[in-house]
Design a protein around this ligand. Structure first.
Ligand SMILES: Cc1cc2nc3c(=O)[nH]c(=O)nc-3n(C[C@H](O)[C@H](O)[C@H](O)COP(=O)(O)O)c2cc1C
Length: 176
């Protein structure tokens, strides 16, 4: 089985998972911005990985556009976000990004990433600046922040990294 790993990563978390998977499965790896339909045709199985930006998966458009190429090919799609991997988060992400029919072409996974404000581009810095402002005003009003929100606020000062090689096990098992 010849597997291609295609990843979309802005600050390196998805890239790290993609590289671990490539190493473990002896698969080829390519950044999403370089992949073409012709390249896909050279392989008989795929792993697509993309990070979460307001619940949208980076790279989901490419997967949707080429969904028929996955017919009969073993495929996994994983999303990486800063949130912890609860069943609810995973279902929401999967269902907001893909229709039921699209979901029938692959198995979906969630691998927790991290957050590194310093590496964000200008637009994402602005968006996350608004989020920080919202969280701080909630705090000022005396409202209790969730553990997740507290973690996010702290991450503006110091990057957080929840990536763990153990997390790829489920996908590795699926392909072996
Ligand atoms: C503007 C913006 C929106 C985000 N939205 C989400 C989100 O909805 N859910 C989540 O879990 N993480 C969210 N994140 C966090 C990223 O998904 C997380 O940092 C991820 O690990 C980035 O991976 P990458 O460096 O490979 O792109 C967001 C980050 C930014 C900058």
């Amino acid at each position: 089985m010849k597997t291609l790993i295609i990843y979309w990563s802005k600050t390196g978390f998805v890239k790290k998972y993609a590289e671990w998977l490539a190493e473990e499965l002896k698969a080829d790896i390519i950044p999403g911005k370089e992949v073409t339909k012709a390249k896909l045709k050279e392989y008989d199985s795929y792993i697509f990985g993309g990070s979460l930006y307001a619940v949208g998966i980076n790279g989901a458009d490419f997967i949707k556009k080429n969904i028929k190429e996955l017919e009969g090919k073993k495929t996994a799609v994983f999303a990486t976000g800063a949130s912890s991997a609860t069943e609810e988060v995973i279902e929401e992400v999967k269902n907001k990004n893909f229709t039921e029919e699209e979901q029938s072409y692959f198995k979906f996974f969630y691998l927790r990433g991290g957050f590194d404000y310093s590496k964000l581009g200008f637009k994402d810095k602005v968006l996350m600046g608004i989020m920080k402002w919202k969280l701080n005003s909630k705090k000022k009003k005396g409202e209790e922040l969730t553990e997740e929100e507290k973690g996010l606020l702290a991450a503006y000062e110091k990057p957080v990294d929840f990536t763990d090689k153990e997390n790829i096990k489920e996908i590795v098992e699926y392909f072996k």
